[in-house]
Write a protein that binds this ligand. Structure first.
Ligand SMILES: Nc1ncnc2c1ncn2[C@@H]1O[C@H](COP(=O)(O)OP(=O)(O)OP(=O)(O)O)[C@@H](O)[C@H]1O
Ligand SMILES: [Mg+2]
Length: 173
């Protein structure tokens, strides 16, 4: 278990988790699903092939929403309804969006309060959707392992048992 952890002063909570395989990445997604509530905004960043969609697949499994979660070429936003009476998963791929103006055009604020919203390539684009968000940055290493850096911004995430923080688990295998 690598536990690289700190709770920063102020309103952000940070942690980091090692995901050695794609299965570990999905397991981390399931862990995050267990913490998620309607209204949550998760912003995913990391290079091409980092594992953003893989993490979202685990999140979808954990939330019990209708799949599959994929990365279709021409779809920017897809709603996966819950199969279990919980929140829907709204999965956004902002890769082709020009910026914050264009993300406004897809009306995510309509679904945000009752859903869990995940925005791939959302860094620098999606922050305006909510003052409270979980920023997830995936770092890809040459040996194909990943370090997943988590930063919870706002009171929503204060005191949350985020994976990779002191009380959480630091590694997913
Ligand atoms: N440790 C790991 N964590 C996550 N994915 C891994 C890992 N090791 C290998 N992989 C593989 O890397 C690929 C990650 O692809 P994925 O589509 O999830 O990335 P992405 O960040 O969504 O890419 P894109 O930028 O194209 O949207 C998958 O083929 C997955 O099986
Ligand atoms: Mg993707």
């Amino acid at each position: 278990m690598t536990d690289v952890t700190a709770t920063t002063p102020g309103a952000s909570t940070v942690g980091a988790v090692t995901a050695a395989t794609d299965d570990a990445m999905r397991a981390l997604g399931r862990d995050l699903a267990a913490l998620s509530r309607p209204g949550d905004l998760l912003i995913l960043s990391g290079p091409l092939g980092a594992g953003k969609t893989t993490l979202t697949q685990g999140l979808a499994e954990g939330l019990g929403v209708r799949g599959p979660v994929t990365s279709p070429t021409f779809v920017i936003s897809r709603i996966h309804p819950s199969l279990t009476g919980g929140p829907a998963l709204v999965h956004v791929d902002a890769y082709r969006l020009g910026g914050a103006d264009e993300i406004d055009d897809i009306d995510l604020d309509m679904t945000l309060p009752d859903s869990v919203t995940v925005v791939e390539w959302g860094e620098g684009v999606a922050e305006g959707l909510s003052d409270e968000r979980l920023e997830i940055r995936i770092e890809r290493h040459p040996d194909d392992t990943r370090t997943v850096h988590l930063r919870g911004v706002g009171a929503r995430w204060t005191g949350t048992d985020l994976p990779g923080t002191g009380a959480g688990r630091g590694q997913r295998r």
